[in-house]
Write a protein that binds this ligand. Structure first.
Ligand code: FMN
Length: 269
């Protein structure tokens, strides 16, 4: 093209089957299509100007996470090209290349931060009470818990917070023998993205024969995700139930910290 040379480098399934990067040869400029993209409209051009204005993690979680195996391969290609400037098709440009590569490296391997996630499906608040006690326990273990209401949180938040959590508690009431609908939606998301490097627990309140907690546990096990423990409470949680939930959250957090540290995943704040 004139005196410029464009090189096309296929990176299939990052995110479309025919996705490719384009290198402006000799200039250090790499157009990466969806890889390193971010949501958000900002007047800023570069990600490093103000990362808070660009939803880089949510973009990865909602668009690319499901293809993380393909993103790993694409990352190696980017490293080989050692660009000076990365220009994705969406959102900010990246000139701090080492920073963005490090973030992606962490995400593609599901390396958690010292965070916990509690996803709650509760209609009348009993399960939510239990969930908040479990979150308090997580905090005691040193994890920073995020509590998400499955009826209100969108898939971006659910996935992005799962990505960086070392431990996940799913708290569900029982409706007609099944988990709360928002929790079923969350399980469907997990099934798609196949998370790694987290430990799970399932808790919840029910009215008579339950079923919600059992179904969640079964589905997680079918996905080969490690379920550390479960807690089911008939009716409103009593003080000892809340204490048990807190203890469960604490032990789950400790377990997550041990397992992650043992594998030296780069566990950090
Ligand atoms: C629509 C609906 C369906 C329910 N179905 C069941 C059920 O099949 N089995 C059961 O044990 N409890 C059932 N319950 C009772 C709830 O699981 C129970 O009240 C629970 O403690 C409510 O938790 P929450 O306060 O977190 O919403 C049902 C409640 C509602 C509102």
């Amino acid at each position: 093209m004139g005196d410029k040379t464009l090189r096309f480098i296929p990176i299939p399934f990052v995110h479309w089957p025919d996705t490719m990067m384009t290198e402006l040869a000799g200039e250090g400029l790499l157009f990466t299509s969806d890889m390193f993209g971010s949501h958000g409209a900002s007047k800023l051009i570069y990600y490093d100007e103000n990362p808070d204005q660009f939803e880089l993690r949510d973009y990865y979680a909602s668009i690319l996470m499901v293809y993380s195996n393909m993103v790993v391969r694409a990352l190696r290609k980017v490293e080989e090209l050692s660009p000076k400037l990365i220009a994705p098709a969406h959102g900010a440009l990246h000139r701090e290349i080492a920073t963005i590569l490090k973030l992606y490296e962490r995400w593609v391997y599901w390396s958690p931060l010292s965070r916990g996630l509690v996803v709650v499906g509760s209609q009348y608040g009993k399960t939510e009470k239990l969930a908040r006690a479990a979150a308090d326990g997580m905090k005691e273990s040193g994890l920073k818990p995020i509590v998400l209401d499955s009826a209100a949180a969108g898939p971006d938040d659910l996935l992005a917070d799962t990505l960086e959590a070392a431990a996940v508690i799913i708290a569900t009431t029982t409706h007609n023998g099944k988990p709360f609908p928002g929790v079923t939606f969350y399980l469907d998301l997990l099934e798609e993205v196949k998370p790694k490097r987290k430990v799970f627990a399932v808790i919840g309140c029910y009215g008579w024969s339950g079923g919600g907690v059992r179904t969640v546990k079964k589905r997680l096990e079918e996905m080969k995700l490690p379920v550390f423990s479960r807690l089911e409470v008939k009716g409103p949680p009593a003080l000892e139930d809340l204490q048990a939930a807190k203890e469960l959250g604490k032990r789950l957090g400790e377990r997550a910290r041990e397992e992650t540290l043992v594998r030296a995943d780069g566990f950090s704040a």
